[in-house]
Write a protein that binds this ligand. Structure first.
Ligand SMILES: Cc1cc2nc3c(=O)[nH]c(=O)nc-3n(C[C@H](O)[C@H](O)[C@H](O)COP(=O)(O)O)c2cc1C
Length: 458
């Protein structure tokens, strides 16, 4: 609460201004620390309207938890912790004739001294405070009709089930679905995902969880860092030094030595469209296409392509989306690289979203400005998971590594600069493109531009 009548949310060095409020609203907002009933926000009074605006703003920044409280037992049943910006608890409608079942992506686990229910599909995590709820969740591993569940469970909480359904922790089962539980409401894109792969994707990127991301040094106080170079084994040593040449032995060896990360770019002389075309041609263009039968009885014919970098199973699931901030001859904006047609296709995206993506890259690199071109490497997940079980997502990340090194070497060869980026916001990308996060989404990023200094030292 600021003296001038405004409210700010402050965490460490970071603060968000939430606007001006009346003295009555500020006094009532103080109750948010312990809990404010949703009824305080209902109604048309100025106080209710101000509180509603404040609470919505806090929710937009993911700064609220939602307690489902049992007055009878005087205890929390569940506390909902939002995982995506703007989550707002809603109860999906349920009738006695509905049949519900747990999503196959929902999982209960211990976090500290708590039991939490999570799912990579859900916009929120549910902290389960009452063991009876965990028992109901266990029963929901099998489809249950609400009317029957009511009879079997003394204190069945329909509000909670409605909240869980809205978060896609639970799914409504259609009688037409048969036993195809893997179909998760008939979405074949989700059927292709193994459980561990979707959890890994949603939790190892930004946008769909509220955990710390990146270099937080979480264990620095407790565990010493491992050395840069592994101490050698104690066995017989065969020195390779005598084979070394004073200079790199070939142009390729020279290129490998010259490769380095460039994070700051020369915006007086941005990369040109002709250079970008050459770069994409050298690294990512489709070189040829062919067809072949899938290696399984009665399998369909599958189309394949070959490209300049290696790719598991020749699947080539990786797609390039370019956020252009500065490129001579190309308007700023978002583009998809059509690798088959060797062309850029403009995609409508809001200026705010483009700026958010570039700024996150700038922040990840500790750079002094946005990259001239930010390449977001997205995966068409189903292209790989249609064939590979258990290893699909890991193959995708390995393919990203191959492509990133190819980018580094091509940029170095052309006298340009680049830098891999280890973070990426999958929710922002989904909003920008309208693609569901589990259909096609970011798995890597690379900043490209003309470095401030010559990329290859003379
Ligand atoms: C997978 C991957 C992720 C990376 N992520 C980042 C990043 O987020 N920010 C950054 O500044 N550099 C990032 N880098 C660049 C590394 O910091 C850099 O490669 C390393 O320090 C070695 O320096 P060099 O590339 O100049 O040889 C990343 C590199 C790789 C391969």
């Amino acid at each position: 609460m600021q003296a001038d009548g405004s409210i700010a949310a402050v965490s460490g060095d970071y603060s968000v201004s939430l606007g001006q409020f009346s003295a009555a609203a500020i006094a009532r907002a103080g109750h948010l620390a312990a809990g404010l009933p949703l009824t305080s926000l209902a109604g048309k009074s100025t106080l209710a309207r101000q509180l509603h605006a404040l609470v919505r703003r806090l929710a937009q920044h993911g700064l609220l938890d939602y307690r489902l409280f049992s007055p009878r037992d005087a205890q929390d049943l569940v506390v909902i912790e939002p995982q995506i910006a703007g989550y707002w608890p809603q109860r999906a409608k349920l009738s006695s004739a509905d049949t519900i079942v747990l999503s196959r992506y929902a999982y209960l686990r211990r976090r500290g001294n708590e039991m939490v229910l999570e799912s990579p599909r859900a916009g929120a995590l549910f902290r389960i405070c009452d063991p009876a709820i965990a028992a109901t969740l266990a029963a929901l591993s099998q489809p249950q009709m609400i009317s029957k569940l009511r009879k079997q469970t003394a204190s069945l909480n329909l509000d909670l089930l409605g909240l869980l359904l809205d978060s896609e922790m639970l799914i409504k089962r259609d009688t037409k679905d048969g036993d195809g539980l893997r179909l998760e409401n008939g979405d074949s894109n989700l059927a292709l995902w193994d459980f561990h792969d979707l959890v890994f994707h949603a939790r190892s990127t930004e946008g769909r969880h509220a955990n710390p991301v990146g270099g937080t040094y979480a264990h620095a106080g407790a565990i010493p860092p491992l050395p840069a170079v592994r101490p050698p084994w104690r066995g017989k040593k065969i020195s390779l030094g005598k084979f070394a040449t004073p200079e790199p032995a070939s142009p390729f060896a020279k290129l490998l030595r010259a490769r380095h990360s460039t994070r700051d770019f020369d915006d007086q002389h941005p990369v040109t469209l002709a250079e970008l075309a050459r770069f994409l041609d050298a690294t990512a263009r489709v070189l040829s296409e062919w067809k072949s039968g899938a290696d399984v009885d009665g399998g369909p014919e599958v189309t394949y392509s070959s490209r300049p970098y290696p790719g598991a199973g020749s699947a080539y699931e990786l797609e390039l989306y370019l956020t252009v901030s500065k490129c001579e001859g190309l308007a700023p904006g978002l583009y998809h690289y059509d690798a088959g047609g060797h062309a850029l296709v403009a995609i409508d995206a809001s200026a705010n979203q483009l700026q958010a993506l570039s700024m996150a890259a700038e922040f990840a690199m500790g750079a002094s400005g946005p990259p001239q071109i930010l390449i977001t490497i997205a995966a068409r997940f189903g292209r790989i998971s249609w064939k590979y079980s258990s290893i699909a997502y890991s193959l995708i990340l390995k393919n990203v590594g191959c492509l990133i090194q190819t980018f580094y070497l091509a940029a170095t060869d052309m006298g340009l600069g680049g830098c891999a980026i280890g973070t990426g916001n999958i929710d922002l990308f989904a909003k920008m493109t309208g693609l569901e996060f589990y259909v096609e989404g970011p798995v890597g990023q690379f900043a490209l531009g003309r470095g401030r200094k010559a990329a290859i030292p003379s």
